[in-house]
Design a protein around this ligand. Sequence first.
Ligand SMILES: [Fe+2]
Ligand SMILES: [Fe+2]
Length: 414
Amino acid sequence: MNTLTEFKEIDPYLPVDLDVFHVGSQLAFDLYLKDGATMKQALVRGTWFNAPLREGFLNKGVSKLYIKADDKALFDRYYRQVSLLKESQKDRSFSFREYSYLKDRFLQINADLLIEGTEITFSLYNLCKITFSPVVEASVSAPVRLTAGMIADAGCDVLIKDKEIHLYQEYLAETLRARSGRNAAKKQRKVSILREHAKIVLKEILDDPLSSLKYSTVESLAGDLTAEILQNEHVVHHLIAVRRHDFYSYVHSFNTAVLAAGLAAHIGLDRNAVHRILTGMMLHDVGKRTIPPYVLHKLGNLTDTEYALYKQHVVASGALLEKEKKVPKEALTIALQHHERLNGKGYPYKLSGAAISMQGRIAAIADAFDALTTPRPHKYPLSPFYALQLLAREAVYYDKDLLASFIKMLGDVE
Ligand SMILES: [Fe+2]
Ligand SMILES: [Fe+2]
């Protein structure tokens, strides 16, 4: 555990789970082991990673290796290749087109809310990298009692079909009613359920280019979340600490909203200001629903043309929010400025310095932090600690004081 105080020097090593390394693959970078406070070179670039090497690490109790931060791009290329290789070796592998299609038709759920011994009427699926597989098949006429094995974390996301979301919501309401338990645990569960409801609403808005923005619903959910955050800042940790394995626009929208609101509360903004920031951040990427899925879900780097297309989501978000009369100015500013950078290197307007509002600056920090720490099939995520260091190193992009408060708010992170 590290305490974040000041960042003069950035940690030159990045931790990577041993499981990532594929037996039979060639390393395109050096690997290091942590020995107390020092780093020791373990394997050199060009080494073929084989079973005895893996065994050796396991026998020594090593579960994490380190790469040089400068090798991150080489590592991400390796990671993408081995991820796809692992997928192609499985029986039920789906093509990318299927992955992209299915991903939009499933909701990623918080498996911690599923309780052993209770009955479900909806089916569960796993998404591991780009492979979907059924875990439990259940229905209203054939409910299934959950066992520990069904809800064990297999290192994958747990998903349900969009069509069965209402059954999941009924299940959540029922378990909240039925569970007694200690107050603290019950309260935590209530907040987690609030998160699931917000994700569901955001997914509907982000998936369907023709749906209304459901502005009043979003605003009211944001009000409930604001109350929780103002009551207890630690709720922020709880809300963003759910394990995830892939990127979902609705999860990103929710997480960035909570992070931005946490920061706003931390610097002492009043309830209304926090509420407006939370609402605006939930909808900041709504313009993404106008961007083709093959660009949004692409595995690997975007081409220049695709990136230009992707960047249009900002103006699209602005246009959608402007149409909605009830949207406050701050929410619109958040949508329009979340990719602007203090030194003028952002987009779409290349604003700099004082031209970027406080809300825009808060949005930029929350957005960048969530993007850096979220796993994707082609990108290994940075640890929160390292992501904060990276943001601090790129201080020309972000508001220094806000960043310092953000780091304080997140406190001790690994
Ligand atoms: Fe964005
Ligand atoms: Fe975003």
